[in-house]
Design a protein around this ligand. Structure first.
Ligand SMILES: Cc1cc2nc3c(=O)[nH]c(=O)nc-3n(C[C@H](O)[C@H](O)[C@H](O)COP(=O)(O)OP(=O)(O)OC[C@H]3O[C@@H](n4cnc5c(N)ncnc54)[C@H](O)[C@@H]3O)c2cc1C
Length: 562
């Protein structure tokens, strides 16, 4: 049975950064990923990573922008930590070999991003996540004596001892279907977000909320789950992202009448207001009939010099050409707000500790909460690195002071039974794909940029029905080698759990804050709602809601304008 000091589930940026810091602290580490690590979704990150590294910039300014961007729901102690540690993370990556853009003077160059009062986004063209992920992976390989990589292994369940401590996980080797108990003193979930709960989404097929649901099922609290970010510039239909870097480089948003409408909604920042503000502005233009017939507005990247676009935004040149048939260097491209990111997740402190003993979480799966009601673009990569590092160090320090728990290998029996039950379902129920599509479309209709009680209640009813249908959804592949059918059935269960917590959180918060815009409860209501919504599972399998305070250190809530 594999036994390690620290078990890390997920090998995107958060997981890899956690693995390196746990190894540096002297721990033996296992890192598990359901896909090859460099195919983790962090590889898609495009526009860059924030840090106040320039001498004219300050961490306080970065922190204030983040607090304001969060609509005052972010915990300010955690935000301070993130913004103070940001410059060191950029230098760490640069020294490892990440080829960040350099300006004409040879210094690290930045681009502007939304909601920021200074240009503080460091980038590698529009492939920043790709560049960082590969460099970190080289370091994992270099440390292979301490870090065991389990690539294409799928974690199905977390394990707890009688006192409720997390003592590892059960994982399936995708190559042959074998189940294995992974014994661990401490476990870090770094398994990413849950974009596939929505259709369309900018997130890839693997982003199915597994870790959020696994932690929830063993009693961990989730927090801020209602806060789902719609990115302002996604392609209609397929949801592909056009990076905010385009607006950072100077692109304009235009409605079908040719008006640069952001002037009305954010007269100081225009296209570079925070994402929730821009997405609402676009949706308002579309809803009020000033959009195009395909339910979009236009992003005009021709404002950016062509040479610069070809150099700094080359991936979106390809996306425009290949997926919309548009040469973005010569004509505007139609875009609309689309699901992109979850600010909520497993509730943690600033060392990554969750409410389940010996279980940590970092990256998009976690909610520290540094993003509150709305994440600023380019703060997520930063979150993965800062809190990935801190979780790895803390989990290692704890693990090095305790004996290895002993987990009987017979604990795979329940998982074996569950998988056999999926394999043996009779044909005839709804298809997994059909249930998933209905889920995604329901969330995109009722739990999107604008929300109200009637729509959310309807979404909740549909999610409950789909949960029931999912238990009968049949699969075709009954084999053991790379059986993606059985994985899809398990992932569907995770997505439905996560969807329910999002809907319940959105029903609960009766105000407008960040991404949660309740048209039936206009305005932000600090008196009643300046608090986090925590959600946990109670015995009756119904989400249990409680509240926790927002930590305010130095920035009192103010009216938020851009
Ligand atoms: C298109 C796009 C562009 C973006 N651009 C930016 C940007 O420019 N700047 C920015 O700051 N943010 C950006 N973001 C957001 C950012 O990329 C993500 O929030 C971040 O990379 C998440 O990293 P992570 O390590 O938490 O998770 P991921 O990179 O998603 O990694 C999750 C890992 O968990 C593993 N895993 C999941 N479930 C299981 C399971 N059951 N068993 C085993 N392994 C499992 C996966 O295999 C993977 O290794 C972007 C997001 C998208 C979608």
């Amino acid at each position: 049975m594999p036994s390690h000091d620290v078990l890390i589930i997920g090998a995107g940026l958060a997981g890899q950064r956690a693995a390196l810091s746990a190894a540096e602290a002297g721990a033996s580490v296992a890192i598990i990923s359901k896909v090859h690590p460099v195919r983790s979704h962090s590889v898609a990150a495009a526009g860059g990573i924030n840090a106040a590294l320039n001498p004219e910039d300050t961490w306080e300014s970065h922190a204030f922008d983040t607090v304001k961007g969060s609509d005052y729901l972010g915990d300010q102690d955690a935000i301070e930590i993130m913004c103070r540690e940001a410059p060191d993370q950029i230098l760490y990556l640069e020294h490892l070999g990440v080829t960040f853009h350099r300006n004409d003077t040879g210094h690290l160059g930045t681009r502007a991003f939304g909601g920021a009062s200074a240009a503080r986004t460091y980038y590698v063209a529009d492939i920043t996540g790709h560049a960082i992920l590969h460099v970190l992976y080289e370091q994992l390989m270099k440390r292979s004596e301490q870090i065991d990589r389990y690539e294409e292994w799928f974690t199905t369940d977390l394990l707890q001892d009688e006192e409720g401590r997390c003592i590892g996980a059960i994982c399936r080797d995708l190559r042959n279907g074998a189940l294995e108990v992974f014994n661990a003193k401490t476990t870090i979930l770094a398994s990413g977000g849950c974009g596939q709960v929505y259709t369309p989404t900018t997130n890839g097929l693997i982003v199915t909320g597994d870790g959020i649901a696994q932690a929830y099922r063993i009693g961990a609290k989730l927090m801020d789950m209602e806060m789902v970010q719609y990115h302002p510039t996604t392609l209609a239909g397929n949801g592909l992202l056009i990076t905010e870097g385009a607006r950072g480089e100077g692109a304009w948003l235009l409605n079908a009448e040719g008006d640069r409408f952001m002037e009305k909604y954010a007269p100081n920042k225009f296209e570079l207001a925070s994402r929730d503000v821009v997405s609402r502005a676009e949706q308002t233009e579309i809803n009020e009939g000033r959009g195009f017939p395909d339910g979009t507005v236009a992003l005009d990247i021709t404002k950016v010099p062509r040479r610069r676009t070809l150099e700094a935004l080359r991936e979106i040149v390809n996306i425009g050409r290949d997926f919309a048939g548009v040469d973005i260097t010569r004509e505007p491209i139609h875009i609309r707000p689309g699901m992109h990111y979850i600010m909520g997740g497993i509730k943690t402190d600033s060392d990554g500790e969750t409410t389940v003993s010996h279980l940590y979480a970092a990256g998009e799966v976690a909610c520290v909460s540094v993003h509150g009601g709305n994440r600023l673009g380019a703060n997520s990569l930063l979150d993965t690195l800062v809190f990935g590092r801190r979780s790895g160090a803390h989990a290692a320090a704890r693990a090095l002071q305790m004996p290895m728990p002993s987990t009987p290998s017979s604990w795979v029996a329940d998982t074996e039974k569950n998988i056999a039950a999926i394999m043996n379902r009779p044909q005839g129920g709804r298809r997994i794909g059909a249930i998933k599509n209905e889920l995604g479309e329901t969330m995109n209709e009722y739990v999107a940029v604008f929300r109200d009680e009637a729509g959310l209640t309807k979404a909740h009813e549909i999610v409950r029905r789909l949960r029931d249908e999912a238990t009968r959804a049949a699969i075709d592949d009954r084999g053991s080698i790379f059986n993606q059918d059985v994985i899809a059935a398990i992932e569907l269960g995770y997505m439905l759990d996560v969807a329910e917590t999002i809907v319940v959180g959105a029903l609960e918060r009766r105000e407008c804050r960040g991404a949660q815009w309740r048209i039936d409860y206009p305005g932000r209501n600090d008196e009643e709602w300046l608090k986090h919504i925590d959600i946990s599972m109670n015995g009756a399998d119904v989400p249990l809601v409680s509240f926790s305070p927002v930590t305010i250190t130095r920035w009192q809530p103010e009216e938020r304008t851009y």
